[in-house]
Design a protein around this ligand. Structure first.
Ligand SMILES: [Cu+2]
Length: 130
């Protein structure tokens, strides 16, 4: 009987610690809708994946809502053919720690692909059409 009680206590502690892990999440859960002209960075995707800009000099802000470092880097990691338009819009946030943000002003029309240098599978796009 004593053994059973110990097992119950250990299991309770385990369940409680699992639960607190879930609630100990100060970062976004990926379900929040970003405000206008804002992209949320999660682990490991951009939200929204495609953002459309329709007026010149629009400032887009990326906010790292994840728990890992990320970057916002124009271009595509392994498709050199897609880099032709990047002469106009150049941006690279460098390493963005959780909670940090980065902004870029778009002045040129185009479909600007970008990705995360730390997680090259993270890709998204800003579509600029005036
Ligand atoms: Cu990343």
């Amino acid at each position: 009987m004593k053994k059973l009680i110990y097992v119950f206590i250990i299991m309770s502690v385990f369940v409680i610690s699992m639960t607190s892990c879930k609630t100990n999440d100060a970062v976004g859960d990926g379900t929040e809708t970003p405000p206008a002209n804002t992209v949320y960075i999660y682990d490991n995707f951009f939200q929204p994946a495609t953002l459309t800009v329709s007026s010149p000099n629009t400032i887009i802000t990326w906010v790292n809502k994840g728990s890992s470092n990320h970057t916002v880097t124009v271009g595509s990691p392994n498709a050199s053919g897609e880099l032709s338009g990047v002469l106009q819009e150049k941006f690279n946030s460098g390493t963005l720690a959780p909670g940090l943000s980065f902004s870029h002003t778009f002045q040129w029309e185009g479909n600007w692909n970008y990705y995360c240098q730390i997680h090259p599978q993270m890709r998204a796009e800003i579509k600029v059409k005036f």
